[in-house]
Design a protein around this ligand. Sequence first.
Ligand SMILES: Cc1cc2nc3c(=O)[nH]c(=O)nc-3n(C[C@H](O)[C@H](O)[C@H](O)COP(=O)(O)OP(=O)(O)OC[C@H]3O[C@@H](n4cnc5c(N)ncnc54)[C@H](O)[C@@H]3O)c2cc1C
Ligand SMILES: NC(=O)c1ccc[n+]([C@@H]2O[C@H](COP(=O)([O-])OP(=O)(O)OC[C@H]3O[C@@H](n4cnc5c(N)ncnc54)[C@H](O)[C@@H]3O)[C@@H](O)[C@H]2O)c1
Length: 463
Amino acid sequence: MAEIQTYDAIVIGAGQGGGPLASALEQSGKKVAMVEREHVGGTCVNEGCTPTKTMVASARVAYLARRGADYGVSTGPVSVDIEVVRKRKRDIVDSFRSGSERRLVSSGVDLLMGEGEFTGPKRLRVTLNDGGVREIEAETIIINTGLRPATPPLEGIATIPTLNSTSIMELDSVPEHLLVIGGGYIGLEFGQMFRRFGSQVTVIQRGARLLSREDKDVAEEVAKILREDGIEILLQTKLKRVTKDASGKIHLTVETPEGERTLVGSHLLLASGRVPNTDKLNLAATDVEANEHGLIQVNDKLETNVSGIYAIGDVKGGPAFTHISYDDFRILRTNLIENGNASIKDRLLPYTVFIDPQLGRVGLSEEEARKQGLDIRVAKMPMSYVARALETDESRGFMKAIVDPRTKQILGAAVLGLEGGEVMAMLQIAMMGKLPYTALRDGVFSHPNLSESLNNLFSMLDQ
Ligand SMILES: Cc1cc2nc3c(=O)[nH]c(=O)nc-3n(C[C@H](O)[C@H](O)[C@H](O)COP(=O)(O)OP(=O)(O)OC[C@H]3O[C@@H](n4cnc5c(N)ncnc54)[C@H](O)[C@@H]3O)c2cc1C
Ligand SMILES: NC(=O)c1ccc[n+]([C@@H]2O[C@H](COP(=O)([O-])OP(=O)(O)OC[C@H]3O[C@@H](n4cnc5c(N)ncnc54)[C@H](O)[C@@H]3O)[C@@H](O)[C@H]2O)c1
């Protein structure tokens, strides 16, 4: 057996929270090991946000190029070279990844590239990628191992080639007809992207609406926009079986509200959710509790049921976003290094779905507020009332904000429209500063920026 090395802290997984936390702990004078089995930067940098948003940018250029004539600009036939799109994506990912790695190593953290598994309550075995094994232990252990794509139960799925959110970005040709299982963030971002690259696209969603956590009017407007873009959307549709014919075509049989249908496609993207990377951790060697899905259970201070073992980022369940994992880092930095008392309780949750137009969301949805029995008023306005959106001829969608009529505080917002994520952030900043909505209704914003649309949005409440 290898000799056991003792550290002050071990971080398993170099994700969005784990990397900065390992560096901060090391810089505070602790001896820290980081265990990472694949690449520094985790999902966001390597397979998530960075590559997808890079490719979304290429798709948007294709969209605008095709719409050139609407603006009086002649472009000629538009074609997409997916190998160039992919190279641009690879280059940006490489530069972000090497930056993350540089920051980690230069902080003095001991980076062990290999897979970690518990062998005792505070002890791990690391099977190194380049051969060999290390035995390590620490009083403080942080689990930041993230999620990976799930495979939905479907008869025949093991017999056909499938794509997931990682492999679809490595294709060297544009699919003729992409079948997408799942109408969540991943299914919609890729569905619209590949439609713009030139694929025929069908999205199959089990539930009655796309983006199941969003309000009905938001989900319906998203579906309308995507259908306008030529994407077929099947709601309330159950998967039955999948087969492949001699020419390699995929035959996916589904049960729609109108009856059984067999969809024929060239590629199948699985975007029906993600599962936690806890299966290889051998949690049984510790007393750390995971739920029935394998998500690690933590309290408001991100500590598991075992004192000194924490879980941050996606692996603890709840909202799975980079900025949440990064904020988990800030909470542990405060509590473990600065002797503070930070908690995730009442943390504001913003996010953006990078379809085009973007959907920016923050705080309570209208349906959540009504479910909680809150007394609310809803300000809602189509993007076609927004001068900037009309001038740029991108006026699809709407914005709405939920307010408390008594305190005049903004409780939440959904902005489905041009730069929806950025407009949402203006509302978020008002919420953070506890500004009443009347301050935005009456504020002087420069014309004709998107910000001035907040005057009109909140004026809706005067009618
Ligand atoms: C296609 C896609 C697009 C996305 N787009 C966005 C977006 O636009 N905005 C946004 O906010 N979020 C987005 N997300 C979500 C975002 O990527 C995650 O929420 C974010 O990466 C948080 O991850 P994390 O810190 O929990 O861990 P991760 O970044 O997932 O990192 C976990 C790390 O742990 C390592 N690991 C796992 N098990 C072990 C083990 N046993 N031993 C050693 N190492 C291990 C993994 O290799 C990985 O590097 C996207 C996700 C996907 C898949
Ligand atoms: N822009 C962003 O911030 C962004 C982008 C991509 C991913 N992410 C993160 O990654 C997470 C995972 O994304 P995701 O899209 O895989 O998951 P998701 O849970 O958001 O969506 C999965 C969808 O698939 C549907 N589904 C599940 N099983 C199905 C089946 N058998 N048949 C048909 N439909 C089925 C679900 O109803 C759901 O709508 C997200 O929750 C998000 O936090 C964020």
